[in-house]
Design a binder for this molecule. Structure first.
Ligand SMILES: [Fe+2]
Length: 272
């Protein structure tokens, strides 16, 4: 099964820029690349920060930009989003009974869990409150023998970057206890950090990709970060049996290509 992960587009209003970047133009080129190269993907998941200031206009713009995608799309929220405005713009989005943007999807590779870690006033950190944790626990408990893959905006634990130490999932133990109790959670895919990172928290593997808008220079110990224009990317996830494979596709900057055997320079790749 192939899944596309797109994250942190940080859309603003039509025609507006953010840090001298055009988030809509970047996301449009990302979508064009997915359509050209991965139209066979079964699903496309956005792991949050859809709109930089949670404006209704930005969600309207998102709906327009997503239109060419041929596969189903799941939209998750990040700390920059506004749940009410999002729900107004995307009333068809599945919710949990408490109104959080949480849902589940059963596929041949197992159960996919889509979580909502947005909490107003949490200073950029993520929260899974008792209501959300209760829903997550129930969805895990009803699939005891199935592999589970989790998609969420915030990293559940530290990624070793000081800037994010106070901006990951708040009090993660209750969530991680549920994960441990289930025993079959294979991987957590998240966004939020605007840089590529992968690894394991104990036995639980994780990955994040760079996202489509502003990026963050890798500064492990600096409490502040620097935004970079960088090279936006999306993730190409392959779930096959027990295996989880994640590729990162840089879709914007067409670097020169060479034939691997002859060294001959090839014609320029498409610029989407
Ligand atoms: Fe973000």
């Amino acid at each position: 099964m192939k899944i596309i992960q797109i994250t942190d587009p940080h859309l603003v209003g039509p025609g507006e820029h953010l840090y001298d970047l055009d988030p809509a133009e970047r996301l449009s080129r990302c979508v064009a690349s997915v359509v050209a190269e991965h139209a066979d993907a079964a699903l496309c998941v956005f792991t949050g920060d859809l709109a930089d200031r949670g404006a209704l206009q930005a969600y309207g713009l998102l709906r327009e930009i997503l239109r060419p995608l041929p596969m189903p799309v799941r939209l998750l929220l990040g700390n920059h989003d506004d749940r009410q405005a999002f729900r107004e713009a995307f009333p068809e989005t599945p919710l949990d009974p408490a109104g959080f943007v949480q849902s589940v999807l059963d596929v041949p590779a197992g159960r996919l869990l889509f979580l909502d870690t947005l909490e107003r006033g949490a200073r950029g950190a993520g929260v899974l409150c008792p209501a959300r944790l209760g829903w997550i626990g129930a969805r895990l408990a009803e699939a005891p023998d199935r592999p589970v893959h989790v998609f969420m905006h915030h990293p559940a634990r530290s990624i070793g970057v000081r800037h994010f130490e106070q901006m990951s999932l708040t009090a993660p133990d209750a969530f991680l206890d549920l994960v441990r109790e289930h025993g079959g959670v294979r991987h957590i895919f998240f966004g939020h950090v605007h840089l590529p990172v992968w690894g394991r928290w104990g036995s639980l593997s994780f990955s994040a990709i760079r996202g489509t808008c502003q990026h963050i220079d890798l500064e492990l110990d600096d409490p502040d970060v620097t935004f970079a224009e960088g090279s936006p990317a999306y993730g190409v996830i392959l779930l096959h049996g027990e295996d989880v494979i994640v590729h990162q596709r840089d879709f914007l900057a067409p670097a020169p290509r060479f034939d691997a055997m002859t060294g001959r320079r090839l014609s320029a790749p498409p610029t989407n």
